[in-house]
Design a protein around this ligand. Structure first.
Ligand code: FDP
Length: 299
């Protein structure tokens, strides 16, 4: 199977699974025992979405391995054990998934969704090895944004089918929104200086919902900047490179925006481990350039 048809099959599977993930949220708002590999509590909904996506994505010809934020190791298509790309599967793709991004929004019934990164390399992989990235936003309606071959497309998902609503998305040139995560007193001096500059820009207003997908989708829609920066107490920030930073960077860059870990594009960050965290800044190119200049001068 060519990469192009494998990627189409992945897009179909992600759209097809979205209604089941949404329906499965009802009655799964409680925490289960144990934690995910990043030490965070897991909701029954996180575990349910992870299992559904593992089953659907590993069933696709051309997908060799599955990794998720909710499990320690990579799972191979041919067995239930950690694989990580063993040479037998060269030419096949690896998927890295955040099954329910923003799941702490489930209790207050706010937006959340799913992120899928498709790498043409064993995991953990660098962002430059991405061949596609997808996010599904479970908002008042279900939408999906996919970047393939440097082009981002938005779909409405209805009954498991995807219908194109915006092709060749580009970030609006007159950005209006920003949203920054992490406790403000925990921000670094450089990021605080940057945030103060953004706040005093009268063309920008705060829009922060607490689920990266929702917050980045506002940037994709209105233009602006999203960040979950390095913190004094957590220099790598909160978000995971394989499952969150890389795929969202690939999508924003495909829409003509930029991404940064503070110094370079997220797609240029070398991974050490599957669950590495990274400071994430995404948005219009001039706002990310300004961030890198300010952080550089402030440290
Ligand atoms: P969540 O923990 O609810 O799954 O990494 C996941 C994430 O949400 C992002 O979607 C979101 O941007 C961030 O964490 C929110 O973190 P805070 O609770 O620290 O604001």
């Amino acid at each position: 199977m060519s990469h192009a048809s494998t990627i189409e099959a992945i897009l179909d599977a992600v759209a097809g699974t979205a209604p089941e993930i949404r329906e499965g949220l009802v009655g799964r708002r409680e925490y289960v025992e144990g934690e995910n590999p990043s030490g965070e509590d897991q909701l029954a909904a996180d575990v349910h979405a992870d299992r559904l996506l593992e089953e659907r994505l590993l069933a696709i010809d051309g997908v060799d391995s599955y990794a998720s934020e909710e499990r320690e190791a990579v799972v191979g298509a041919d067995d239930e054990t950690a694989d990580g790309g063993d040479g037998d599967s060269s030419g096949e793709l690896s998927v890295a998934v955040d099954p329910l991004d923003g799941s702490s929004n489930l209790k207050p019934n706010n937006a959340m969704g799913t992120i899928v990164a498709v790498y043409d390399a064993p995991l953990p992989a660098q962002g430059q090895d991405l061949v596609a990235a997808i996010y599904v936003l479970l908002g008042p309606i279900t939408t999906m944004v996919a970047a393939v071959d440097g082009q981002a497309t938005e779909y409405v998902v209805d009954d498991g089918d995807r219908h194109t609503v915006r092709e060749n998305i580009t970030l609006p040139g007159d950005p209006t929104v920003y949203g920054f995560g992490g406790r403000v007193p925990d921000w670094t001096e450089g990021f605080t200086e940057y945030a103060r500059g953004i706040e005093s820009d009268t063309s920008l207003k705060l829009r922060y919902g607490g689920a990266m997908i929702g917050d980045v989708n506002q940037v994709m829609t209105y233009g602006g900047v999203f960040a979950y920066p390095a913190l004094e107490s957590a220099p790598e920030g909160k978000l995971r490179l394989q499952f969150e930073g890389n795929p969202m960077a690939y999508i924003v860059e495909s829409a003509g925006g930029k991404s940064s870990d503070g110094e370079r594009s997220l797609l240029d960050v070398e991974p050490d481990g599957l669950h590495d965290r990274v400071p994430v800044h995404l948005g219009n190119a001039d706002l990310i350039d300004r961030l890198e200049t300010t952080i550089d001068g402030g440290e």
